[in-house]
Design a binder for this molecule. Sequence first.
Ligand code: OGA
Ligand code: MN
Length: 310
Amino acid sequence: MFREDFNSYKSQNPPLSKVLNFNDCKHLLTKQVKEVKVKMNAKAKFGLKPSKDWKVYELNNNSGLIFIKNPFTVTGQRYWIIRSLRDYTNKPNKLNLDIHNIIPQNEEFWTFSQKDINVMNKLRWATLGYHHNWDTKVYSETSKSDFPLDLASLSQYVADVLNFSEFRAEAAIVNFYHMNSRLSGHTDHSEQFLEAPLFSFSFGQTAIFLIGGATIDTKPTALFIESGDIIVMSKESRLCYHGVPKILHAEVNLLTNDNEEINGEELNCDTLEDCNDSIYWTTFQKYINNCRININVRQVLRPINSILDS
Ligand code: OGA
Ligand code: MN
C-alpha cells in the first residue's frame, strides 16, 4: 500500500487532488483533520510568530502527527535557511560530500561552493549533534559534535508550546532536496528514546509527504509541506512509515522582508543582520528557488531522570 502510493505520487502526474492542503480550511471540516489547542501565551521567539497566531492541526487517521502551518516570519525563514546552508554545513558537522574529499581540508562547504557550483549541487545532507550513521543506523558517543544552540532552542520552544516540554534536541539531519530528489519510505527508529517526538522544519520548495502506519501495509495520507511548515511526529506516528515521493515547484516569496521586530535572544546576531541585507539574501533565495531544506531534529537519549529511576 505504501509503495503503490509512493510510486503514484512520484510520477510525472501525481494525483494532487488527493493531497491534504493546509492552506485550504475546508479540510478542517472533513473527517481527516482536527485543530489542536496550544499554549497561547508564548512570545514571538526564534523567528516564529507568537503562538496565539499559529494554526496547528492533527491528522485523525495518523494519531500524533501534528502539522503547524508556517508559523515563521519572513526574517525567521531567512534566518534558518542561511544557518542551514552556510553554517550547519561547517566542520565538525558531517556532510555527504566528506567521503569524496571534494572540499579542501582548510575550506568550509559554503565558501567553497561559491566558487564551484558543482559542489553546491552535490550537497544532500548534513548531520549535527549525534551524527546519524547511514550504514549502521547506530548513534555513537564517539561520533558526535556540539548541537547548535539556536536550533536546540527553536526545537525545545516548539516542543514546549505543544506540551512536550521534556524534549531535548540531540541529533539533526539537514536534508537538501533538488527538484528530482526523493526520500523513500522509512521509519526513524535508531534513537534510544523513541517516546520523544521528532520535529521537522521545512523551507524552500514544496514536498508531497506521505505518512502511513507501523508497517508498509497501511495506506498513507499525503500532504503538502510548504516553506516554513513544521511537522511533529509524536506518539503513534513517531514510528510510522513516511517518505517524500515528490518535490513540486513553488514560488517562495521571501524577497520582501517584513522588517518585523525579531526577538534575537539565543539567535546568532551576525546572522540576524545578514537576514535583513537584501543583497546578501539573493544567493540564498536562488538556492531555495530550486531546492528544499528539511531540518529533522531528534532526541536520542532517555531523559536523565528515567536513567536514575531505573
Ligand atoms: C528524515 C525525513 C522528511 C522530510 O529526514 O528522516 O523523514 O520532510 N525527512 O524531508
Ligand atoms: Mn524520517
